[in-house]
Design a protein around this ligand. Structure first.
Ligand SMILES: [Mg+2]
Length: 402
């Protein structure tokens, strides 16, 4: 292809991807009229703190077995953790390396140091269990037309694995992983998803991170729910933050559901029925959340668009790479449908694979599709790599036991 022609093709492709099945009616829409819950993840919806507590007990037992003072080991570990907050922040490395170095400081052998590191590292390889009613709460919200946005802080790799390895992801519209939660974080989230801060509800176990900055960003205190009866780690408890008089307190997610005006929660969730049958297409569909859309389109699902809207290019590119790239034999195709370009794929036997077909009200005339290359050639784009990591997490931790 000549350079100029290649440039024109690339630009046309880029435009096709940008407007990929973005319905004009949704673009530039006024603020979402649907109720929205912005909810924390760790120790609000899933039990994370017990994983850390258990690891600390194991460290002490390990120290004791090697003739070290368990109390001293724990104190040294805690001091290292605190000190490294400044340099390592929420990095995954901080917890296991503080365990290793605590043992090292007290004269533990290289083998003992390695064992201590592994105890710390196992925290991130273990699935965090849901709190009672977590799945029922989110599924009820979804069935009642709420938007659910998970706002979680921490190491992106750790949080991605936790959220997408959890059954809860089926009931979530967007997942935001941030370094810190300030009023500015909440304000930019409300702007991005075009939701009205005056109508948003927030819920979380940390007053300092989940509740107070949201109130500062315009959330009414009577719509801010503090899950007060949760283990909250020392860093989160720092300071003498207080819930305003009109703020809400819930001891459980069932109580939070009551405050949100939901009917009494059942023990189990209502399963999602809008997912593709094919296992791979299903896995891809389960991890497609609004945060993967270009910022201009991120508000579409919040305004009521189908959850696959705007994801067709990404879903096809992800399918192609998850099936092994060029050796999958899949050929990407584009077509105009319902007023915008749409992407799907054909395999070697000409069978159509369309992960986002469910967004349309009318059947797609696949016979009119044209073969088309991906924008990033045979390398997965950054967003496709993200989808692949999410699918990996889903497969590793997220299989349902029932
Ligand atoms: Mg939390």
């Amino acid at each position: 292809m000549k350079p100029v022609r290649r440039l024109v093709t690339t630009l046309a492709l880029a435009l096709a991807v940008l407007v990929c099945a973005a319905p004009a009616v949704v673009l530039g829409a006024s603020k979402s009229s649907r109720p929205t819950l912005v909810v924390d993840f760790d120790d609000t919806l899933v039990r994370t703190q017990p994983l850390y507590d258990r690891a600390k007990k194991k460290l002490q037992a390990l120290a004791k077995s090697a003739g070290l003072d368990p109390q001293k080991t724990l104190a040294t570990f805690n001091a290292l953790q605190k000190e490294r907050m400044k340099t390592l922040g929420f990095s995954r490395e901080r917890f296991p390396s503080s365990m290793r170095d605590a043992v090292k400081k007290l004269g533990g052998s290289a083998k003992l140091q390695q064992q201590a590191y592994e105890i710390g590292n196992a925290v991130f390889e273990t699935r965090a269990h849901n709190y009672p009613h977590a799945e029922a709460l989110l599924s009820t919200l979804k069935h009642q037309g709420w938007n659910v946005i998970v706002l979680t802080k921490g190491d992106p790799d750790v949080q991605r694995a936790r959220v997408f390895g959890s059954s809860l992801v089926d009931y979530v519209d967007a997942v935001e992983i941030v370094k810190d939660k300030s009023a500015r974080t909440f304000r930019s989230l409300f702007r991005k998803y075009n939701v009205d801060s005056g109508k948003v509800w927030v819920a979380g176990n940390s007053l300092r991170s989940d509740v107070l900055p949201a109130i500062d960003a315009g959330v009414a205190p009577e719509r801010a729910i503090w899950l007060s009866a949760r283990g909250s780690w020392a860093h989160e408890l720092a300071g003498n933050a207080k819930l305003p008089a009109s703020g809400r307190t819930a001891k459980s997610l069932a109580e939070a559901g009551k405050l949100l005006g939901l009917p009494r929660l059942k023990k189990y969730a209502r399963p999602r029925r809008d997912l593709p049958r094919d296992p791979l297409l299903r896995d891809i569909a389960r991890v497609l959340t609004a945060d993967l859309l270009k910022p201009r389109y991120a508000a579409m699902p919040m305004a009521g668009a189908h959850y696959t809207t705007g994801h067709c290019y990404l879903a096809v590119e992800s399918l192609y790479h998850l099936k092994g790239g060029a050796k999958s034999g899949l050929k990407p195709q584009t077509i105009q449908h319902e007023g915008g370009p749409h992407w799907f794929a054909r395999d070697l036997s000409d069978k159509v694979h369309d992960p986002t077909a469910a967004q349309f009200a009318t059947p797609v005339n696949y016979a009119n599709g044209r073969g088309c290359g991906f924008l990033t050639g045979d390398k997965p784009s950054a967003r496709t790599r993200e989808v692949m990591l999410r699918v990996q997490a889903l497969r590793k931790y997220g299989r349902r036991r029932r």
